[in-house]
Design a protein around this ligand. Structure first.
Ligand code: NDP
Length: 478
C-alpha cells in the first residue's frame, strides 16, 4: 500500500516515530494509503529547517521568487490529470470538478507570484519636517492549516501568498485529504524551490496542527476550517501574540426575489446547494424564496435536482460524489434526522445511497427540506453536506432578519433585477461576501472572508500580502 511522506528540508521524509494513519477512499470506504502520523518533533524539525531557509529566502529577488512560483504553477497544470485523479479518490468529489480545482490551484501560485511583483508600500510626507515610509517585511516562519473540502485549492491559497511575500512555511493539510499536498511536495522539488522554504507535515489536527499553533517561534497562523477549531486555535495563539487569519464556517443564505431571472436563479441554486456534495464553505444552505414564486420555484428546483446523478466520482456523468469521511457522512445524516424532529418535511433525498460497485461508499442523496423554522438548529448550524432548507418570505426586511439570524456571516447570494433592492440588501446583509445574480464568481484580488463566527481577517489580493508581511514605519527627519 502506498505510504506518503512528509516534505521537510526539500526532501521526502518518514515521520520521526514511523507511525502511520489509514487514509480512506470515500467512494469505496476502503483504506487505500497510509499517511504520516507526525507529531511535535516533526513540526519542530520542519521549523528548524524553515528558519534556516528563511535566512536566504527573504533575501531572494522578487524575480527569482516569481520564477519559481510560476514553475510550480506550470507543473501543477502539466500534472492536472494525475492531481485531479488523486483529489477525486481522496476527497470523493467528481473528477471533472477536481480538474477545475487543480487549474485554480495553479492560478493561486501564478496570481500571488505576480501580486508580489506589484505589491508596494506607502509613504507619508510631513511637509518640510519629515518623510515616513512603510517597509513591508516578511514575518519569518508561518504556519498554514487547511481543511478537507477543497484540499489543494485551499492549501495553495495560503502557501502561495506566504511564500510570495518572502516567508518560509510549515504547512499541514487535512489528515483526511493529504494526497495532493503530498504530490505538491514532489512538484516543489522538481520546480527547484529551495530546501526548507516550504515544509509539509502530515498528521492529526490535535497533534500536528496544535504543535504548529503553539510553537513559540512560529509567528503567524493562517487557518481555514471549522468555527470550533478556530476558537480553540485563537485561544492558544492570541496569548502568544501571534498574527492570526481565521476562515471559518458558514450557513449562507441564498435569497431569491420574485423579480429574479428565474432560469438563472434556478440553475445556479442547484450549484449553490449541491456542488462538491454541498461541502463548500460558500454553498447556500438556506434558500429564501419570495412567496409569489415559492411554489413555482420549489417545483422547478425539485425537477432539476431529480436529474442530478449521484455516483462513482470517477465517472463523468456523476454530478455528486461521495461524502468525505464516515464521520462526516454520519454527521450529515444525523442533521437530516434532526430536521425531521424539528418539524421539517423532506421533499427529496433524506437518505444515504448504495451505489453499484461502490456499496460501502459514503453517498447521500441531495436533500431538500421544507417547513423548518428559520431559527431552528438545522437552519442555524453548519451541516456542510448536500442538505438545504427552503423557506418563503414576504418582504426584504423580513428576509434580512431571517438571513442575519445565525452566528455565521461568510457569504450570501441575492437574486433580483431591481438594482436599488440589490444595493440595499448588499449593504444590510451581515456577510463578508455578497454575490448578486451569480455565485462563486471569484476575482482573486478581492477580500475574501467572513464576519461574526465565520472568521477574522481577510485573504486574497493585497489582504493576503498584508497578512503575510509586517509593516514597519521609518520616519526620517528632514
Ligand atoms: P476542521 O476545523 O476540523 O479542520 C481544519 C484543519 O484544522 C484540518 O487540517 C485539521 O486537521 C486541523 N485541526 C483540527 N484540530 C486542530 C487543532 N486543535 N489545532 C490545529 N489544527 C487543527 O475543519 P474541516 O477540515 O472539518 O473543514 C470543514 C470546515 O471548514 C467547515 O466548517 C467549513 O465551513 C470550513 N471552511 C471554511 C472556509 C472559509 O474560507 N471560510 C473554506 C472551506 C472550509 P485534521 O483534518 O487532521 O483534523
Amino acid at each position: 500500500m502506498q505510504r506518503i511522506s512528509n516534505y521537510i528540508n526539500g526532501a521526502l521524509q518518514s515521520p520521526i516515530k514511523s507511525l502511520y494513519l489509514d487514509n480512506y477512499n470515500p467512494a469505496t470506504g476502503a483504506v487505500y494509503s497510509l499517511i504520516p502520523d507526525s507529531d511535535e518533533a516533526d513540526v519542530d524539525l520542519a521549523y528548524t529547517h524553515a528558519s534556516e531557509a528563511y535566512k536566504t529566502w527573504r533575501l531572494t529577488s522578487l524575480e527569482e521568487r516569481f520564477m519559481v512560483l510560476n514553475r510550480i504553477a506550470e507543473l501543477i497544470d502539466k500534472n492536472n490529470d494525475e492531481l485531479a485523479l488523486a483529489e477525486s479518490i481522496d476527497q470523493g468529489k467528481p473528477l471533472w470538478l477536481a480538474k477545475n480545482e487543480m487549474t485554480r490551484s495553479a492560478q493561486n501560485f501564478r496570481f500571488f507570484a505576480t501580486a508580489a511583483m506589484q505589491f508596494a508600500s506607502e509613504s507619508h510626507n510631513m511637509e518640510g519636517q519629515a518623510i515616513n515610509y512603510t517597509l513591508r517585511q516578511p514575518i519569518g516562519v508561518v504556519g498554514c492549516i487547511s481543511p478537507w473540502n477543497l484540499p489543494l485549492y485551499l492549501f495553495t491559497w495560503k502557501i502561495a501568498p506566504a511564500l510570495a511575500a518572502g516567508n518560509c512555511v510549515v504547512a499541514k493539510p487535512s489528515e483526511i485529504t493529504p494526497m495532493t499536498a503530498f504530490l505538491l511536495s514532489r512538484i516543489c522539488m522538481e520546480a527547484g524551490l529551495p530546501a526548507g522554504v516550504l515544509n509539509i507535515v502530515h498528521g492529526l489536527g490535535p497533534k500536528v496542527g496544535s504543535a504548529l499553533v503553539s510553537h513559540p517561534k512560529i509567528k503567524a497562523i493562517s487557518f481555514t476550517g471549522g468555527t470550533s477549531t478556530g476558537k480553540h486555535i485563537a485561544s492558544v495563539a492570541a496569548p502568544m501574540f501571534k498574527k492570526l487569519s481565521l476562515e471559518l464556517g458558514g450557513k449562507n443564505p441564498n435569497i431569491i426575489f420574485a423579480d429574479c431571472d428565474f432560469e438563472k436563479a434556478l440553475k445556479t441554486t442547484v450549484q449553490t446547494s449541491f456542488l462538491n456534495q454541498g461541502e463548500i464553505c460558500l454553498c447556500g444552505s438556506r434558500i429564501f424564496i419570495e412567496r409569489p414564486i415559492y411554489e413555482k420555484f420549489k417545483a422547478a428546483l425539485l425537477l432539476e435536482v431529480s436529474k442530478l446523478q449521484v455516483g462513482n466520482p470517477l465517472l463523468k456523468e456523476s454530478r455528486i460524489g461521495a461524502i468525505v469521511s464516515k464521520m462526516h457522512f454520519e454527521k450529515v445524516l444525523s442533521y437530516i434526522e434532526l430536521a425531521k424532529q424539528e418539524g421539517g418535511s423532506i421533499l427529496t433525498g433524506g437518505t444515504s445511497l448504495k451505489i453499484e460497485d461502490h456499496e460501502n461508499g459514503w453517498f447521500i442523496a441531495p436533500t431538500i427540506i421544507e417547513n423548518l423554522a428559520y431559527d431552528c438548529r438545522c437552519n442555524t448550524e453548519e451541516i456542510f453536506g448536500p442538505v438545504v432548507s427552503i423557506m418563503p418570505f414576504d418582504s426584504a426586511d423580513e428576509v434580512l432578519e431571517m438571513a442575519n439570524s445565525t452566528d455565521y456571516g461568510l457569504a450570501c447570494t441575492i437574486w433580483t433585477q431591481d438594482i436599488s433592492k440589490a444595493h440595499n440588501m448588499a449593504a444590510n446583509i451581515q456577510s463578508g461576501i455578497v454575490w448578486i445574480n451569480c455565485w462563486l464568481l471569484r476575482d482573486l484580488r478581492t477580500p475574501f472572508g467572513g464576519v461574526k463566527q465565520s472568521g477574522v481577517g481577510r485573504e486574497g489580493g493585497w489582504e493576503a500580502m498584508r497578512f503575510f508581511t509586517e509593516p514597519k514605519n521609518v520616519c526620517i527627519k528632514l
